[in-house]
Design a protein around this ligand. Structure first.
Ligand code: DQQ
Length: 465
């Protein structure tokens, strides 16, 4: 593993070196958690994608495993083994993924050849779906004969169902439903939901349907954002009653896993926010988010919290009952770190804004303020995050609900990741690239009035490899 780079996360999953994108094939098998991911073993760029593999006993500490899926020179996945999922087919771990060949995107299936899920047998009859649906007609582009990929598979009353992400000719993205008795012969049923181009993008990638009992959630990735729809799914149709973004920053193509005790944990790809030459120089690209526990709040909204297992990583603790700030005050916090968790409750009193600045140099040349305003906006300002011109400097922001309650904040900083959870509902993940060795400070300040920061805890977090 590359590990001498201060921008390299130590407790977020990263590839050993080279390129990582989407999480794939999440499965709890034989007592271990398996996380596969889109991986290019050749370099830190997206090309001829394989499935990388990491395993964990506790969802927190990880071990690298050899590459699990490799494109077959003669196969329908010659140009890449793209995103897909894993299911338990009567005791046989099975993955469905998209093969890329020439201008086609071709659904493929493989079964595990061992209990450690290190070797996979591709089905000789791949691809398992060859004809593109015509109702709606799948979008063709210069590059692709059909935008038709990524798989979410589940079983209901003995029947297998799968969603495939697509774009529609003349329309927007769609999540297309298929049905099967054996995971190999699939019958097309139609879109469960189709977006319009203006609101949710031209192509939907990596659709996933999650069942919360009386309500369902569908999320899709539309090249820019991960949009989720909450509502009800029945008989091949999804009726939406709310929508939002799953994360308002650098987060894409998430996938989820059910734990044995019935929780939904979701990981997303945290793409880099520096240009390709910076990624090339670093020798690695891409990280996974922390596992997030998704559930429904009493008011029917979506809750997102860091998986409770992550408290395992907590090391040295610095704690304050309360920090009171007057207008214009700044309080330096006595922790120097690039891998920590901070938890606090922020009350604005009559302040216009509170800023928690992380990854800060003593002279303030580099710093990343997380700013919360009386308008309930939470923003990560990257304009001074890095003096490296290859790093993005834009601000990412989100609205936080409820407007009238104190803000409960959890912030995870890890090398180049700033992952923020607000009120256990809203997430904003930013990638930042401080260059200075002393960009390890943190401070709190208030603007335009008084603010109270209560139950403030900072923990140093351990590495996970
Ligand atoms: N990444 C995969 C595709 C998917 C996209 C290719 C989303 O299967 O549509 O690496 O990031």
């Amino acid at each position: 593993r590359l590990d001498d780079d201060p921008c390299r996360p130590s407790y977020h999953v990263t590839p050993p070196a080279n390129w990582l994108n989407d999480p794939n094939g999440l499965i709890h098998w034989n007592g271990r958690y398996h996380l596969f991911y889109q991986y290019n073993p050749v370099g830190p760029f997206h090309n001829t994608i394989h499935w990388g593999h990491a395993v964990s006993d506790d969802l927190v500490h990880w071990e690298d495993r050899p590459v699990a899926l490799t494109p077959s020179p003669e196969g329908p996945d010659r140009d890449g083994c793209w995103s897909g999922c894993a299911v338990d087919d009567g005791g046989v771990p099975t993955v469905l993924y998209t093969g890329g060949r020439d201008k086609r995107q071709l659904p493929c299936i493989a079964t595990a050849a061992d209990d450690d899920l290190t070797a996979w047998d591709k089905d000789p009859d791949n691809p398992i779906i060859e004809e593109l649906p015509t109702e709606p007609e799948v979008l063709r582009t210069e590059d692709w004969e059909g935008e038709f990929r990524d798989h979410c598979v589940w079983r209901e009353d003995g029947t297998w169902y799968q969603l495939i992400g697509a774009g529609m000719e003349g329309g927007g993205g769609a999540a297309l439903l298929y049905e099967s008795t054996d995971l190999r012969d699939w019958e097309y049923r139609g879109p469960i939901l189709a977006g319009d181009r203006d609101t949710a993008g031209t192509v939907w990638e990596c659709p996933e349907l999650l069942d919360f009992g009386d309500r369902q959630l569908l999320h899709i990735s539309n090249y820019e954002d991960v949009v989720y729809f909450l509502g009800s799914y029945a008989d091949g149709e999804f009726e939406v009653d709310r929508r939002d973004k799953l994360d308002h920053g650098d987060f894409y193509a998430p996938q989820s896993m059910w734990t044995d005790d019935g929780r939904i944990l979701t990981w997303g790809w945290l793409p880099e926010a520096r240009d390709v030459s910076g990624q090339w120089d670093a020798g690695w690209s891409g990280a996974m988010s922390l596992p997030r526990e998704l559930s429904l709040a009493d008011d029917g909204g979506l809750c997102q919290r860091p998986a409770p297992e992550l408290t395992e990583l907590r090391g040295e603790n610095t704690s304050y009952d309360v920090v009171r700030l007057g207008a214009g005050d700044t309080e330096q916090l006595p922790v120097e770190s690039r891998s920590f968790e901070l938890r606090a409750t922020v009350r604005l009193e009559d302040a216009e804004a509170v800023e928690l600045s992380v990854l800060e140099t003593p002279d303030g040349e580099e710093r990343t303020p997380i700013r919360y305003t009386y308008e309930s906006e939470l923003a990560v300002d990257r304009s001074a995050s890095s003096t490296d011109p290859q790093a993005t400097g834009d601000t990412q922001s989100m609205r936080v609900r409820p407007y009238d309650a104190p803000l409960s904040l959890r912030v995870f900083v890890d090398g180049s990741v700033v992952e923020v959870f607000a009120n256990e509902r809203h997430c904003l993940t930013s990638r930042v690239y401080p260059t200075r060795e002393d960009a390890t400070g943190m401070s709190l300040s208030a603007e335009g009035g008084r603010a109270t920061i209560a139950s403030l805890d900072i923990w140093e977090l351990d590495g996970v490899w």
